[in-house]
Write a protein that binds this ligand. Structure first.
Ligand code: GLA
Length: 370
């Protein structure tokens, strides 16, 4: 067992299956080439020493003093993982951890899950604690839920830890069963265009928690363990539920069905046909789930009008990114259309780039054998 090493974990983009993970549903993310890299070294003095190339200052705390609230800001995502591991009885001691994050912050690309995942991999591997990737994802989620205080689901951490290059990760968030479905757009002449809308995130955490509460309440009223289990149809929901909750249920139920259809189409190599399902997902998130903002809606409209095969917001919503399935030849036209639409509305200039499905978290300091 070595004392130090370099570990990388990627951010993610979700192709489809939004706000389904905390309803025990299905998600279909890909990992991004953008990673958080952690250089880690075990220490014998029981102190956790955290620093970042993107932030000034150093956080130092003894691992025995870790409790929720003791560390704040970016360092809480790291310290939270060490805390969660120790809570579950794993012998994690002191560490020096230097973070270098290349996942854009606040863009809804899961820089925080990448940070947690890289930490989980680094400190377990260097401590000789052998946990499978699913367990690491669950530990990372626990850190975010209980140490940071954000009630996220399991998608982002799973994507960061389990995804494979040139594949999308179909995940059943109830059983944690996975399937790696080929997702390689270039040979088909297609591209995944990402528009980081730069929309200021407003009320994200509060609204996220409110959606979770809506879903929990709706499941209770419908008498099912989770909305994933609702198979009583969508007509007449209004009689059993307040109108708003009915719309939340409709989003979750139709979104799970869309994930299944997209997975089927990808398995069959019929990639172009997923386009309309992406756009349907956006409409559902806009009208039924109410997690979009004007920047997200304007980007989707402009992309579809400019010839994208489909487009949708990705991530939690209230800002962040839109993805579009675009013919390679149409990337320029679609990008220009978004830039013009944003300028016309007086929105900040968005960032547009193309994404490929990259590999999940890994140790990055092994010298390749020649
Ligand atoms: C955030 C959460 C995820 C998931 C998405 C919405 O990214 O961290 O768990 O709920 O929102 O799909």
């Amino acid at each position: 067992m070595t004392r130090d090493g370099v570990f990388e974990a990627p951010g993610r983009i979700n192709l489809i299956g939004e706000h389904t993970d905390y309803n025990d549903g299905f998600v279909l993310p890909i990992a991004l080439p953008h990673v958080v890299r952690i250089t880690a070294a075990r220490r014998d003095d029981g102190v956790l020493r955290l620093s970042s190339r993107q932030a000034s200052g150093v956080t130092e705390i003894r691992v025995v003093d870790l409790v929720p609230g003791a560390v704040t800001g970016w360092a809480a995502y790291v310290a939270g993982v060490v805390w969660a591991l120790r809570e579950e009885g794993h012998p994690i001691g002191g560490f020096g951890l230097l973070v270098d994050g290349q996942v854009p912050l606040g863009a809804g690309l899961s820089s925080s899950a990448a940070l947690e995942s890289a930490t989980a991999l680094a400190v377990t591997e260097l401590s000789g604690v052998s946990l499978d990737r699913r367990s690491l994802a669950r530990i990372a989620q626990r850190a975010e839920n209980e140490f940071v205080g954000m009630p996220c689901g399991i998608m982002d951490q799973s994507a960061s830890l389990l995804a494979r290059e040139r594949h999308a990760l179909l995940l059943d968030t109830r059983s944690m069963e996975t399937e790696h479905i080929p997702f390689d757009l270039a040979p088909a002449g297609l591209t995944l265009l990402v528009v980081d809308t730069k929309a200021p995130h407003r009320l994200v955490d509060g609204e996220y928690a409110a959606r979770r509460r809506d879903c929990h309440r709706a499941a209770e009223l419908l008498g099912v363990p989770a909305l994933r289990d609702w198979d009583g149809g969508l007509d007449g929901l209004g009689q059993d539920l307040p109108e708003r909750l009915g719309r939340r249920v409709r989003h979750v139920v139709t979104e799970n069905a869309r994930v299944a259809r997209v997975a089927d189409l990808l398995r069959a190599g019929r990639i172009r046909e997923i386009g309309p399902l992406l756009t349907e997902s956006h409409v559902s998130l806009r009208d039924d789930y109410e997690v979009t903002v004007p920047e997200l809606d304007v980007a989707v409209e402009a992309l579809v009008a400019a010839g994208a095969l489909g487009a949708r917001m990705t991530g939690g919503g209230f800002g962040g990114c839109v993805i579009a399935l675009v013919e390679e030849m149409a990337v320029q036209e679609c990008t220009t259309a978004v830039l013009e639409a944003f300028a016309g509305r007086g929105f900040a200039r968005p960032d547009c780039w193309t994404a490929v499905a990259a590999a999940g978290a890994r140790r990055a300091d092994h010298v390749p054998v020649v």
